[in-house]
Every structure is written in structure tokens, then in C-alpha cells.
Design a protein around this ligand. Sequence first.
Ligand code: AMP
Length: 216
Amino acid sequence: MGYNLILLGPPGAGKGTQAKLLIERYQIPQISTGDILRQAVNEMTPSGVSTKKYMDVGALVPDDLVIDIIKDRLLKPDSANGFILDGFPRTVAQADALSIMLHKAGKSIDHVISMTVDYEELLKRVIGRLTCRECGRGYHLVYDPPAIAGKCTVCSSELYQRDDDREDTMRARLMTYETQTAPLTDYYSSLSLLRPVNGLGSIPEINDSIVRLLEG
Ligand code: AMP
């Protein structure tokens, strides 16, 4: 059976990595507003053009835009049996909009998995992050380096660093998280949906903690 999940946590907490493992285990899609927005920027769609200026400085794009993206995405049939929201909601306004749209569809969130990692570790993780241009596989210069520098071990394509993973932008993204997104822990805690998970540890260890809290 599937779950309706939110992965909550600062950039670099491991949300994307854990989402990939949960997709395999539960056969439910990952819905990442960051991925959808980056694709719109690459394709230079009208929303992509207006979005880029926010992403480049580590700010949030306007609520209306991401709420519309999520509305469309949640209507697709692949999320009928569950979904993993990764990077959404990021503001209280987005969380309110989400609960209204789910309510209309007769659904609700089952768990908000809140991944915590300290500030210095987040900086280290994100600054070394690399992604394959072709297959999207993620690497890390220190923690998970590719076999050949600069090339994807899976498909041999070029690896790149996200523009917003540079140190100055990352510091701005962490500040944005603290001021605008961190209040969601209280929001979901008061709804008894918050499930804190220690984001420090190996990828399988963290995955085990998440699976244990879902399956009891
Ligand atoms: P991410 O890949 O989740 O770290 O997102 C990268 C960037 O996309 C963020 O720094 C924001 O500029 C933008 N973004 C992603 N999701 C949202 C959201 N839910 N609300 C506002 N901006 C977002």
C-alpha cells in the first residue's frame, strides 16, 4: 500500500536521496518542485524564465507558481496510490494550499518526515554535490565520488554542479529555510503528522529509520 508523504528538511538533508529509495520500495512517485522548476528553467518556458532569478539567489519562487505546479502534478494518475513530496511545501501558505487541494480530492497527508542535519554538515554536503547531465545520478566529491573524475559512472556523461549549490547561494538557501520553511515543523507537529528523523548517518541507516517509522 502507498503513502502520502512529505519530506521536510533543509537543502542537503538528503531528501532527494531518500525519496529515490522510497520510490523503489513503495512504487510511488517523487514530486520535487526543485526538479520541475529546474526543468522549466532549462527549457526556458515562461515560468522558467521568471523563476530563474529567484533560484539563482537562493530565494523561494512565488507561492502561486509552485502551488499551480503541484495542483497539476497531483492530478496525474501516478499519484493515485501515494506520493512523496520533496521540497514542497516550503511556506505556511503552500502547506495551507496543499491541505485544501488534498481535502478536495478526498486525500490527506499520512506522515511528514522531517530530516535534521546540522548547519556545517549541510554546507559540506551541498558544496561537493555533482549531478549527471544525462541520467541525473547524484555524486559527491568526497562522500560518493565517480570512478572517473567529472564523468558519470553509470552512463559516462558529464557531471555538473548546480548553480545554486555554490557556497554563497547555499548560505542564502539555508537562511531562506530557517525563516520561511522551518516554521512548518511546528505546523505539522500541531497536526500530529511530524516524524523527526536524524539525517546524520549512512544512506541505508537513514532509510531504515524512515521505513521503520512508516511500517512500525
Ligand atoms: P531544491 O531542489 O528543492 O533545493 O529547490 C531549488 C530551488 O527551487 C529553491 O532554492 C527555490 O528557489 C526553488 N523551489 C523549489 N521548491 C520550491 C517551493 N516549494 N517553493 C518555492 N520555491 C521553491
